[in-house]
Every structure is written in C-alpha cells, then in structure tokens.
Design a protein around this ligand. Structure first.
Ligand SMILES: C[S@@+](CC[C@H](N)C(=O)[O-])C[C@H]1O[C@@H](n2cnc3c(N)ncnc32)[C@H](O)[C@@H]1O
Length: 227
C-alpha cells in the first residue's frame, strides 16, 4: 500500500538529519540561512543553541505551541501507521525500526515546541507561505527546503513548484531542495520541467548525492544557484 496524504502534514526532523539531508558543512552553517517549510523540525532550535541563529518559515507558525503540539499528535498516528505499512520503501540503517524512528522524530518535534514561542518573538519562526515570502531580493545566502517541494508532488502542481522555486531563488543566492522524489520514493514528475525552466532563466542546477539515505531512492538534493 502506498503513502497517501490528503494534504501536506506538519512533521519535523532533527538537526542531525538536516545536516545530512543538505550535506551542510561548518562553513554552510555560518551562512545567512532560511529554511522554508521547516514546520516542527528542530534545526532552527539547535542552530539557535549553537549560536548561529537562522530563520524558518512555515504557515503552521500562525498557531500557538499548544495548538502545534495537538496538530503533531493528530498527525503522529497516521504518519507512523503509514510508515509501518511501507517499511520496504526505506533503508533501515539510520533508524533500526519504525518505533525508533517515531521516538527520534517526536523528540525533535518536542525540542522545536519548547523553543517555538520564544523563537517566534525573536523573529526566528515566521508565518508565511510559498510562493510569496516576506523577504527582500537576495536576503539570504542559503535557502533550504525539505520534504515539501517534489515530495508532495501528488498535492501541488507544476505551476506551484515553478513559482515556489523561483521565489526561493529570489530571496537567496543558493537553494537546496531535499528530496527530489515523492512520498512513495518515485521520481517527481516536476523535477525535469523545473530544471529546464530554471536553466532558461540562467540558473545553474545540479542534482547532488547527500549522506542522508532513508527513502530507498531519496539520497539526492537539487542545488540551484543564481549566476
Ligand atoms: C512534512 S513537513 C517538513 C518539515 C521539515 N522541513 C522537515 O523536513 O522535517 C512539510 C511542511 O511544509 C509546510 N508547508 C505547506 N505548504 C507550504 C507553503 N506553501 N509554504 C511553506 N511551507 C509550507 C507544512 O506546514 C509543513 O510544516
């Protein structure tokens, strides 16, 4: 049975997972970073704690911590049940089992929740949505987006993907998007058309292998750079 989501769900990964998903070096972490569609991931929390704060953007940041905890709890049963039904689609080296996966993800999301209200006051969590982001042109050095574009190809069309990636490139110099397969580990039908259109705009695109390997076919990211 395949994964099926009625819409994009709030679910978040850990700081260590972000490092591997985007192949981030110490030099990368020192750059001016924005994460788009970060949801309840703990990357921002840990970046703040290590003294290299960054900005995260997501429409779920309009909610309170209490409401977010409830949404995560509501999502949990469905995501974990679908993971159990689709165990064969994953490489079980980083996580030993679905139970361990659930524990690590819930810990990361709890860390995010504890940080959320103060981070929002400090301007680290911003309520906004692609394809319109409230930042000036070229504001960031590095724009990261995980488990949103390409991943939810069944929920968003090509026009949305193109508008969204162009907006990411408007606000930053370099854009990294992970993964480039969909929720069922199938190649996204939008990857080639998006790359073709961006290259016509003079953007340099490359598909790069990353250290993160959980979805069987999901160990690559798209890197797009303004000239
Ligand atoms: C599956 S979560 C991924 C969270 C995190 N990036 C990670 O990899 O752990 C997808 C997130 O995308 C957010 N999202 C949905 N539509 C969006 C949009 N138009 N612009 C920005 N974020 C959006 C959702 O609210 C959700 O938090």
């Amino acid at each position: 049975m395949d994964f099926h989501y009625k819409d994009i769900v709030p679910w978040g990964r850990s700081f260590d997972e972000y490092l591997d998903m985007f192949n981030l070096s110490e030099d990368d972490l020192a750059r001016n970073i924005v994460g788009v569609g970060d949801g309840p991931a703990s990357f921002n929390t840990w970046m703040h704690q290590r003294g290299t704060p960054m900005v995260s953007v997501d429409p779920v940041y309009r909610y309170s911590e209490t409401e977010l905890r409830q949404r995560i709890q509501d999502t949990y049963a469905d995501v974990i049940a679908q993971a159990r039904q689709n165990e064969d689609k994953f490489v079980w080296t980083k996580f030993a089992s679905v139970d361990e996966l659930a524990e690590i993800r819930m810990r990361a999301m709890d860390e995010f929740c504890q940080d959320f209200e103060s981070g929002k006051q400090q301007g680290r969590y911003i309520d906004a949505s692609l394809p319109n982001l409230p930042f000036p042109d070229g504001h960031f050095d590095l724009v990261l987006s995980a488990h949103l574009l390409f991943f939810y190809s069944a929920n968003r069309d090509l026009a949305f993907h193109l508008d969204a990636v162009r907006e990411l490139l408007r606000i930053g110099t370099e854009v990294r998007i992970f993964p480039i397969v969909d929720v069922n580990s199938n190649p996204s039908p939008f990857l080639s058309p998006v790359i073709n259109e961006l290259e016509k705009d003079g953007i340099t695109c490359s598909v790069e292998r990353v250290p993160y390997h959980f979805q069987k076919t999901g160990n690559e990211m798209l890197v797009a750079m303004n000239a």
